[in-house]
Design a protein around this ligand. Structure first.
Ligand SMILES: C=CC1=C(C)c2cc3[nH]c(cc4nc(cc5[nH]c(cc1n2)c(C)c5CCC(=O)O)C(CCC(=O)O)=C4C)c(C)c3C=C
Ligand SMILES: [Fe+2]
Ligand SMILES: [Fe+2]
Length: 347
């Protein structure tokens, strides 16, 4: 029997340093997130980052935590429950890190008689630290614990017309009561090195727009290329003028160069250039989470206003938006009936 496995990133069990520490340990010790050799990762993560970060992160989590729990978990669960109503297949939700494991979700599917699984990483774009690590971990767990199961993976859907339409319409709704001078598309950042590592040709990605205009297989795994595609397609769908839209990258850690421009610098630049009314959207995330609710909706607002901006609005992620649930239902039901995944045309 066929079934669907949705996987998102995960959250700590509570917004306390005690629970944030093991969660961050699992997250940052992932070789696809901090891609240093294991001995160096140990020093960087356990010897340096985890000495101070859990306390700081717990404070940030406490600012956005809901009575029911982590927003990312609750919103992913709401999406899952709605999707279940649109498909006859069993649907389970797992998280890459934390206690809602992928293995547990696979077991839930197995208990319902599922032996043919459609894995849906809940990320629109391919990055080794998000999409790829979900696929690798799911296949590892499947081979180790459910060897008779078959797993098929949904490709990154960053430019699928159905996704672009749902995202654009949700942005339009979010902007109904907000007159903006500028819309900033703020994507989660990654180290530039990850882009080079994910380039199968080794030479294509130049970290600028010149490479993106030349068709290449590299784009199938290029996070930078894919996020700029999302921005351009939403811009075209909504008929937004070039000069009122830009993209940037948030949430970097200290050390390596990460994808630029950096979101916090953009808040300052835009305000200094006279933007008074700024709308920010965060399409690297399908569910609101720490990075959108704290870093963008709270910290970003302060940074923009301190630099001279006057009105600021964070547009929510797709979360359990009905049109988005219908799109996912269309894709998974199409796979159930035809075995095909008409998701993203590759370059
Ligand atoms: C090397 C560090 C990190 C990389 C690379 C990275 C990529 C990446 N992350 C997401 C999505 C999310 N990240 C979230 C939180 C978060 N991310 C990092 C580090 C890297 N992420 C850290 C240390 C944290 C924890 C919080 C903190 O201490 O600041 C979240 C939020 C989780 C939640 O519970 O709400 C999401 C979602 C993507 C999509 C991505 C690559 C494209
Ligand atoms: Fe992250
Ligand atoms: Fe490119």
């Amino acid at each position: 029997m066929k079934g669907v496995l949705l996987v998102n990133l995960g959250s700590p069990d509570s917004p306390t340093a005690k629970d944030v520490k093991p969660y961050l340990d699992e997250f940052l010790m992932d070789e696809r997130v901090i891609d240093a050799p294991k001995w160096l990762r140990n020093i960087l993560v356990r010897g340096i980052i985890l000495q101070t970060r859990p306390k700081k992160s717990a404070k940030a989590y406490a600012k956005i935590w809901w009575d029911e729990g982590s927003p990312l978990i609750i919103l992913s669960e709401r999406f899952t429950e709605k999707l279940k109503k649109h498909t006859k297949m069993p649907v389970a939700l797992g998280m890459r890190y934390g206690s809602m494991s992928i293995k547990g979700a696979l077991k839930e599917l197995e208990d319902q008689g599922v032996d043919d699984v459609l894995l849906v990483p809940l990320y629109p774009h391919y990055a080794m630290s998000s999409y790829e690590t979900v696929v690798v971990k799911t296949l590892e767990d499947q081979q180790k614990h459910f060897p008779k199961m078959k797993v098929t993976t949904m490709p990154a859907f960053y430019k699928h017309p159905d996704y672009i339409k749902a995202l654009s319409e949700s942005i339009k709704d979010g902007l109904q009561d907000f007159e903006y001078d500028h819309i900033l598309f703020s994507y989660h950042g990654i180290p530039e090195r990850h882009i080079r590592k994910s380039d199968p040709t080794r030479f294509h990605c130049k970290m600028d727009d010149t490479c993106c205009k030349i068709n290449s297989v590299a784009h199938n795994t290029c996070y930078r290329h894919q996020v700029y595609d999302t921005t351009e397609l939403v811009k075209a769908y909504l008929g937004l003028p070039d000069e009122q839209v830009s993209s940037s990258f948030q949430s970097r850690l200290a050390g390596d160069p990460w994808l630029k421009p950096y979101t916090d610098y953009e808040f300052e630049r835009l305000a200094k250039e006279g933007v008074k009314r700024l709308a920010v959207i965060t399409p690297a995330f399908v569910s609101d989470c720490l990075e959108t609710l704290e870093e963008i909706a709270m910290e970003g607002k302060e940074e923009f206003e301190e630099a001279g901006g006057e009105h600021y609005k964070h547009i929510p992620c797709l979360n359990d938006n009905d049109a988005w649930v219908s799109v996912m239902a269309k894709w998974v039901n199409n796979w159930e009936h035809t075995g095909k995944l008409d998701v993203v045309p590759v370059d």
